[in-house]
Design a protein. Structure first.
Length: 151
């Protein structure tokens, strides 16, 4: 039996209920977020989208292209650099004001916690991400070499 061309891919009733609940929660959060300074929030969202699409996306696409070209024919290790770099840069992007030390006084007055720990923790987390990726890569190489010697 042939499906209609414009059929909606609806799942189970539980999926529809969860989707409706997530839309309701998103609408509630949007109303609460925009209640105070709606123009500032809208400007921030538009600015963030433009900054990402016009500046950041071309930068990390060029960096990824350079990484793939530098790898040459042995591209199997690219993912072992790409994933920890992406996670580390995402954390840097989210926590940049605190990592950069730009809002330490405001953070300390609002929370009562010191804000000077974000840079060392981000650096440590970045080192752990790249170190774990290197260990996984070495284990993969070792497993592949053992498999080749058995064959």
């Amino acid at each position: 039996m042939r499906r209609p061309r414009f059929a909606l891919p609806l799942g189970s009733p539980l999926q529809i209920l969860l989707l409706a609940c997530s839309f309701a929660l998103a609408a509630y959060a949007g109303v609460q977020l925009l209640a105070g300074d709606w123009f500032g929030v809208a400007l921030w969202i538009v600015g963030a989208a433009l900054l990402h699409d016009l500046v950041l996306l071309p930068l990390y696409a060029a960096a990824d292209r350079a990484l793939v070209q530098a790898a040459g024919p042995r591209r199997s290790w690219v993912g072992y650099v790409r994933v920890p770099a992406a996670l580390s840069l995402l954390l840097l992007l989210v926590w940049f004001p605190l990592i950069g030390g730009q809002v330490t006084a405001r953070y300390a007055s609002a929370t009562g916690l010191p804000a000077d720990r974000f840079l060392p923790r981000w650096l440590l987390l970045t080192a752990v991400l790249f170190g774990g990726s290197a260990v996984l890569f070495l284990l993969r190489l070792r497993w592949a070499s053992k498999r080749q010697s058995v064959d």
